[in-house]
Design a protein. Sequence first.
Lengths: 842, 262
Amino acid sequence: MPYTYTKNIEKSPRIQRLIDHLYAKMPEIEADRAVLITESYKATEGQPIVLRRALAFAHILENLPITIRPEELIVGSNSKAPRGCQVFPEYSYEWLEAEFDTVATRSADPFYISEETKAKLREVYPYWKGKTTSELATSYMSPEALAAIEHNIFTVGNYFYNGIGHFTVDYGKVLAVGYKGIIAEANEALNSLDVADADYASRSAFLQAVIISCDAVINYADRYATLAKQMAAAEADANRREELLKIAANCARVPRYGAESFYEACQSFWFIQMLLQVESSGHSISPGRFDQYMNPYFEKDLAAGKITREFAQELVDCIWVKLNDLNKVRDAASAEGFAGYSLFQNLIAGGQDKYGNDATNDVSFMCINATLHVMLPMPSFSVRVWNGSPHEFLLRAAEVTRTGVGLPAYYNDEVIIPSLMSRGVTLEDARNYNIIGCVEPQAPAKTDGWHDAAFFNMCRPLELVFSNGVDKGVQVGLRTGELQEFTTFEKFYDAYKAQMNYFIKLLVNADNAIDMAHARRCPLPYQSCMIEDCIGRGKSLQEGGAVYNFTGPQGFGIANMTDALMAVKTLVYDKKVLKLCELKEALDNNFGLDMDSATAERLTKTVAQKLVADGKTLTEEDIKSIYFAVSKNSASDDDKKRYGEILEMIQELPKYGNDNPEIDAFARDVAYTYTRPLENYKNPRGGMFQAGLYPVSANVPLGAQTGATPDGRAAYTPIADGVGPAAGRDIKGPTAAANSVAKLDHLIASNGTLFNMKFHPSALAGQSGLESFVALVRGFFDQKGMHMQFNVVSRETLRDAQKNPEKYKSLVVRVAGYSALFTTLSRSLQDDIISRTEQGGF
Amino acid sequence: MLDNLSVRGRIFDIQRFSTHDGPGIRTIVFLKGCALRCRWCCNPESQSYEIETMMQNGKPKIMGKDVRVEEVLREVLQDRPYYNRSGGGITLSGGESLLQPDFAVALLKACKENGINTAIETTGFANADVIKRFLPYLDTVLMDIKHINSDKHKEFTTQPNERILENAKLIAETAKKLIVRVPVIPTFNDTVAEIAEIAAFAAELPNVNEIHLLPYHNMGRDKYTGLGREYGMGDIKSPTNELMQVLKQTAEQFGLKVQIGG
C-alpha cells in the first residue's frame, strides 16, 4: 500500500516557531568570512591556488562563529543572525562597498549592515584589489564584448560578480560513506600518482586540497557537537536537553562517517548543503532528488521501528526551514534580476529511476507535506512528471499549487530526458536528471552546467537593425544596412539574424572569459570532491573536472520578437500599409505614449542618481522637472495621432499565445535565432553551449533598458517573461496559451524553458478543480512542453499587498523559476506579476 | 447531399477550457438563437438568431458568425490532449442547439468520428423527432428543468413546459446519460417546495441520478445594456450559500446526487 501513510502528516508546532524566529528581523550582512579568508590568503601567498582555497576554507570553518538556534533539531548556520549572509571578496567587492549606505533601504532584497561590519570590510577590501575573478574576467574579455555589455545587449553579471554554484553534488555518496570515505578515495588517488607524471603537480595539489577541505568539514561538525553538549549541560528543560544531546551525538558521527539513521542522514545532508555555500558565493546549489537519496534511510528506520512517520516529517520540515536560513547579498542591479532573497536551491520529487521505472516514494510525499507545512520560498520545490507518474502524487502536488505559494514547478521527463541525451548525456544519467536553480536540467553529481551564464535580451538586436547597429551614438552592432535596403521581409529578418549571431558570439566571448577567470582564481576543491570525475581527473570543477560540462546562457523576449517580426512582416511587407521608416519614427517616439508612472519614476531616479554622481545638487523642483521631462511625450498632437494609429494597427494583429498555427510556427523559428547559433560554441572546460529560454526576473530590469518594440510594447516596460505570451495578449484561455508555448522546440533549449501561468484561487477549487489542473499540466506535457509553473493568487490580493505590505509578510508568489515573498520584490516587478494574464475558468 | 463538414450554422462564441459544462476540460460552442426568453438569461446575445451588434467596454462587437462544421471542428480538436487527460470534449450550448439541428448534428457526428466526447446544454424545447436525431451522437445531455408549474414557467421564460417535461422522459430513456440542471432563480423557483417538485420529477425519470443546482448570478447584466435592452431581473441578488445548502439537502432527499454549480 504505497504512500497512504505519509500522505497527510500534521505539522508539528515547533515548525511555526522556527519560522517565526527566522523571519523576526531583516537579514543582516556579516563580516566574519571576509575577514577570515583575507587572513588565510595573506598567509598562503605563493602556494598553488587550489591549496590556498582549501586552506582558506579550513581557516574559515575553524573560526566562523557557530550557533544553534532555539528549538532546532537540524543544526548548522553560516551566520549568527537568522537569514544573515557572509560576503565573498575573492569574487568582487567594490559594488558592496559602494552600496554600504543604500543596501538596507533599497527596494529589492534589503540587508541590514552594522557600522562595525562596514569597518571590518573596509579594512580587508584593499587586499583584494586586482585579485578578484571579476577583474581577471574583464581583462580576458574582448572590447566588443565589453561594449555589448555596456549597451545592455546581454548581461553576464551573475558569474562576473559571484561564484558559479548551479550544481548538484553526490549527497547520496556522502550520506553513505561520510567524508572519511571521500578522504580515503582521494588518498588512494594520491597514492596512485607517480611524482614523475606530467600533471603530478596539479593533480597532487588538487587531491591534497580535497583532503584538507573534507577534514575541515569534519572539524566543523565537531565544533557543533561540542557546542550542543555545552548547551545541553546548561539547559533547564529536560526535553530540550535530550534533543541537544542527540544533536551532539549526530554531529560527532556525521558527516564524518556514513549515516546510520534517517535523523543522521538529515543532519549530514544539512552540513553538506550549508557548507557548499560557505566555500563560494555561487547560488542554485540544488539538493536535487532528495526523495531518492533519503528514502532508503527512512524505509530502513521505519522497518526497524526506529522512527515514526511524524518525527521523520518533522525532520524534513526542519530542513525546509533551514534552507531559508541561507542567504546572499547581491549588487542592487542583480537583486532586481534575482529578486526575493532567493538562493534557488531546487529540490525535486518524483520521476523515474535510472531504469525508467517510476521512482515516487514515501519521502516524495513528505516533501510535498513539508512544502505545505513551511510555506516559504525555499526549497524551490519541483515535481517530475511522466506518463507513469502516480495520479495521486500529482493531485497532492496540485494541492500545494492551490495554496498560491507558487510551488511546485512541474517538469516533463518525456522532453527533458531526450533533450539531455541529445547533448551527450547517457540514458541512465538523463533519467536521473534533476533541476538546478530555476528550470535547468542536469545529470546530478556529474555536471558543471554553468546554467545561468547570461541573460540575452532578444529585443535589443532588433533595435539595432532599425539603427544600422548604432546605439546611443556608438557602433555597437553590425552595419546591417539602411532601412530602405530591406526590400523584402527576408532581408529584414536576415539583418536581425545577423545582429543576433554577432552578439551571441560576443556573449560566448564574455562567458568564456569569466569561465577562465574562475578556473585560474577560484578552483573549489570541496564542491569538486562530490562531483564525478574531479577526483579521477585530479582537477576541480572549474578546470573541467566534471563528466559533463556546459555553458547555458538564457535568451528571452520570444513573445515580443515573434509579435514584433510578425507585425513588420504583415504591415510593412504583406499588406504594405506601413513603411519601415514610419514604424521607426513611431518606435523612436514611443508610439506617442506618455510613460506610465512606475517607468517614469524609475527613469527619474536613474537620471537623478547620475547627476548626483556627477557632483550636482538636486532640489525637489529639479527632480519634479526631470520627472515631467521623462514622463511626458513631447511629440506634436498630429504626430501622436499618427503614432497612435500605427499602434492600433499593431494591436489588432493576432498574437503569439492564442494557438494560431502560423504565428506559433514563426515563434519556433524566432527562438531558433537564439538557440541554434549557440550550439556551435565550446567553453574552456571542454563542453558546449546550450541555450535556455527564460529571464528569471530580468525581463523587468532589462526591459527598462529597451525602447519601444514593433509588437506594440511601450518603451522601458517589461519584456514577456519566460516563453509565455506577452502580458495580456493571450485571450483564448490557458489551453490555447499552453498549446502555443508547446509548439516551440523545447528540446533544443536543453538549458531549460520557463512557462508561467497565473490562476485565480477559485480556478483550483474542489476536487474537480484539482483534476482539471492536473489534466492541464498533462495535456501541455503531452505536446512536449518542458516546464510549467503557476501563481494562484488574485489580483485584488496582490494589489492589497502592495498597499498593506505588513499584512502580507508571508505572501509567496511565483516570480520566475522560483518563489519569493511578494512584499520583498521591487514595485516594478510586483506590477509585472500583477499584469501577467490571470486565467480564470476552472 | 451536403458533405457533413461543410454544413453551415450560426454561432456567437467558442470558449475553450471550460470545466463546468460536462465532464473534464471542454470546449463550448455557443449556437445562436433560442425559443425561450428566460428573464435571468446571462447570454442575451444568444437569444436572437439574427446577427447583432453589442457594445462591450465601449466598443461595438458583432455577435454571431456563420461557420462551417469543419472550422469549428478544427478549433475543437486543438484541445484534444486536454480532453484525453480529463475525460472532456465538446459541449454545445447556446442559444439552443436543437434549433439548428442540421449543423449541430453534423458537428456532433464529426466530433464522434474523431473520438471526442460530446455533450449538449439544452432547454429541451423542440419536437421529439429533432431530439431523436441528436441522441445517437451525445455522451451527456445537460437539460434544464426550470419549473414544474407550466404557467409560472411561461411567465418567466415565455414558453410553457409540457413539451419540455415530455422530452425529458424521452431523453432519459434513450440518452447515455442525462443530468438535470436547475437554475435557482430568486422570485421564480428558489423555494424548498419548488425545488422539491423538480427533484421529485427528476428522480422519477429512468436512469437519472444526478442534478445540478445553478445559483442565479447577474454577470450578464452589462450585456443587456450593451444590446440596448432592459435587464428583467433588476437588483435581485444571488441566492445565499445557506439557501443553496438547504436546497441541496432538499433534492438529496429524493436520492439524487446533487451538485451546486456546473
